[in-house]
Structures are given as C-alpha cells and as structure tokens.
Design a protein around this ligand. Structure first.
Ligand code: NDP
Length: 334
C-alpha cells in the first residue's frame, strides 16, 4: 500500500481484483514476452527491504499499488519469446498475482519436470539453496573437521548450509527459535547439536557450551546479539560469512556490536555476499544439489501456505519465526 519503516503487517498489502485476463500475450507488449500462470510464490526476508523507500539498496523498492514482485514458479500459458512455449514450467521473478506478463523473459529459467517437486525450485534448487551453496563453499573456505555454527538454521538457507557442512565433514551446530525447529535440526537435517536461542539467557555461554574449543565458521543469518556472542567464541583465523541479518531489518537503530575487536585479536575474516554475484555457479549448484537430494544425502523442509490470499500472513510470519522451513505460497497446483 505504501512504504513502511517498521516490521511489515498483513494490512500493508491488499487484494485487488484485476478483472478478467486475456490468456495470451497482448499485442504491443513491447518485445517478446511470456504470460505465466503462477503456481508457487516464494516468501523471502529480503522482500522486507523492498517495502522501504530506500534507493541505496542492491535492489529497488517495490512500487506501491503494483503487485509484489518475488521469485515464483509457474506454467507458461502463451509466449512470443522463442525460448519458451505454452506448457513449459519456469522459475524466476514474477508477481504476486494469478497470472504475470513477463516482459524480461531472459530472467526466467526453464524447469525440467522431474521427481523433484516444482516448489523446490524456490528453495532447495532456487535462490535460498544457491545462497547456502555459494555462501558455504565460496565465502567460508571450509575444511573437514572444522566447527561450524549456523543461525536461523532451520530456515530456507540455514537448513541447506548445515547439511552441506555435514557432508563436508564439519561439526555443525544450529540455533533456532522453537523447540520444534531444534528437533528438526537434529533429527531431520543431521546437525550434531542445536539450541533454542530464545531460551538461552546468555548466548555467549550457550555457544561456549556447544563449542568448548571455539567456532571456525559462523554462517550469519540474524545479526544483533547473536553476532556479538559469536564474536566472543570464534577461533583464531575463523571466518564469518555474512549472509543476512534478519533481526536488524527495518530497525531505525540497529544493534550496536560490542565485540568487533575480536576480528583483530583473532584474525577473523568477515565477509558479506549476495548470491546473485555468483550466478556463473548456478548450473554446478543445480547438478550437485540434485545429486545429493536423489542420493538421500540432503533433506528439505518447506512450509506451504495455500492460496494467494494466504501470502501476506505467510510473508509477515518470517519475521516472527512462524515458518518451519522454507516458506512458499501455493497459488495453484496446475
Ligand atoms: P528463513 O527461512 O530462515 O526465515 C527467517 C527466519 O529468521 C525465521 O523463521 C526466524 O527463525 C528467524 N528470525 C526472524 N526474526 C528474527 C529475529 N529478530 N532474530 C533472530 N531470528 C529471527 O529465511 P531465509 O533462510 O530465506 O533467509 C535467512 C537469511 O539469509 C536472512 O537474513 C536473509 O535476508 C538472508 N539471505 C541472504 C541472501 C544473500 O544473497 N546474501 C539471499 C537469501 C537470503 P527462528 O524461529 O529460528 O528465529
């Protein structure tokens, strides 16, 4: 509806009846275009940043009054682009609407339908899985036997990071915000240990308990007090991959970090990254993760809400931890 400078609420978004849609690419679309029926939409924390009128970001803000943009999976209904035909399944940037006219079809990827559910192309085989892949292998410089800590560990990115770290021979601990998620980390994703950070009065002490010898790699998803506590528990020459800081989005006064001097005393490398800078690795990622998944070496959990109308609540829920696994919205199954 308009820009906000606080946590998003469901009533920041509204449903508009767009009227009947002609199920073909209209003449005069301004170049080759693809009309897509949206099947699954992705809820991602970065979208909160697009609800602010902040031009300095790596991605422009949403336009109030227009459909929300986000990653989606859909079926091509009509196409004037030679690379796509009616019936193709695609993933890419689409809109929170039943049908989207994609005027930059080069941003779509064709999906070969297989034993892997279509919605997984928004998580395991989509942007969050890719974020985990490049973040872990390209930023963390992991070595077998190292001690790895992942925050927001049961979410879309975290669950994959932890499992890649296990496959690499690391010792992996995750934090999450409910006991149910902690169970999931240990039982389903094979983390060595996990804890509920909301029940720990002293995060630094909790980390010390789990990592008596310290942390080699921290995969940072949350920021704030967790980062401060991690800094106290890092080992010399440790690495921190800064993927995101979901606790800091939209805060007018982000948390002050007190323990940054640890970067110097422990010679820690701390590096932020954006997955889209590594897209040349995407084909390799798809091959590797598909193989792991088919061999039963990687598990995946998604949280599917049903119907476009459920989208706002599903999205808002990311910021209070309502989602258990990757949050997607099912608009239609066919
Ligand atoms: P998740 O599926 O993990 O969902 C967000 C989770 O964050 C919630 O379920 C909740 O889990 C946790 N959370 C929410 N608010 C807070 C808070 N105030 N303090 C601590 N934890 C909180 O999201 P993703 O896996 O999609 O994203 C994880 C991180 O990765 C985000 O920071 C995101 O911005 C970032 N990201 C970065 C990319 C990049 O290219 N750099 C690309 C994609 C994502 P819990 O119940 O455990 O608290």
């Amino acid at each position: 509806r308009g820009y906000i400078d606080r946590a998003p609420r469901e009533d920041d978004m509204e449903f508009v009846d767009g009227g009947d849609v002609a199920l073909r690419v209209p003449g005069g679309a301004g170049g080759p275009a693809v009309l897509v029926k949206n099947l699954y939409l992705s809820c991602d924390p970065y979208m909160r940043g697009r609800m602010r009128d902040f031009q300095g970001s790596y991605i422009p803000p949403f336009k109030p009054g227009s459909p929300i943009e986000g990653f989606g999976v859909g079926r091509v209904i009509d196409s004037t682009h030679p690379g796509f035909s009616a019936g193709d399944f695609v993933s890419g940037m689409t809109g929170w609407e039943d049908y989207s006219l994609i005027t930059k079809p080069e941003q779509l990827r064709k999906i070969q339908q297989s034993d892997i559910p279509l919605s997984y192309h928004l998580g395991l085989l989509g942007m969050p899985g890719f974020t985990a892949y490049v973040g872990f292998y390209e930023i963390c410089s992991p070595k077998k036997g190292e001690f790895v800590f992942v925050s927001a560990a049961s979410g879309a990115v975290g669950q994959i990071v932890g499992q890649l770290a296990k496959l690499h021979g690391c010792y992996v601990v995750g934090s999450a915000g409910t006991d149910q998620k902690v169970e999931l980390l240990k039982e389903k994703f094979g983390f060595d240990a996990a804890f509920n950070y909301k029940e720990e009065p002293d995060l630094a002490a909790a980390l010390k308990r789990h990592f008596p010898e310290g942390i080699d790699i921290y995969f940072e998803n949350v920021g704030g007090p967790m980062l401060d506590a991690v800094l106290l528990n890092m080992r010399i020459h440790g690495r921190i991959a800064v993927c995101g800081m979901v606790s800091q989005h939209g805060l007018t006064a982000p948390a002050g970090i007190h323990n940054l001097f640890s970067l110097v005393s422990k010679r820690i490398e701390m590096k932020g990254f954006i997955q889209s800078d590594y897209l040349h690795l995407f084909p390799q990622f798809v091959d590797d993760i598909t193989k792991h998944y088919r061999e039963g070496k990687i598990a995946y959990v998604e949280d599917m809400s049903i119907g476009l109308e459920s989208g706002p609540a599903a999205f808002v829920g990311l910021f209070s931890g309502k989602n258990v696994g990757k949050q997607v919205v099912c608009v239609s199954q066919d």
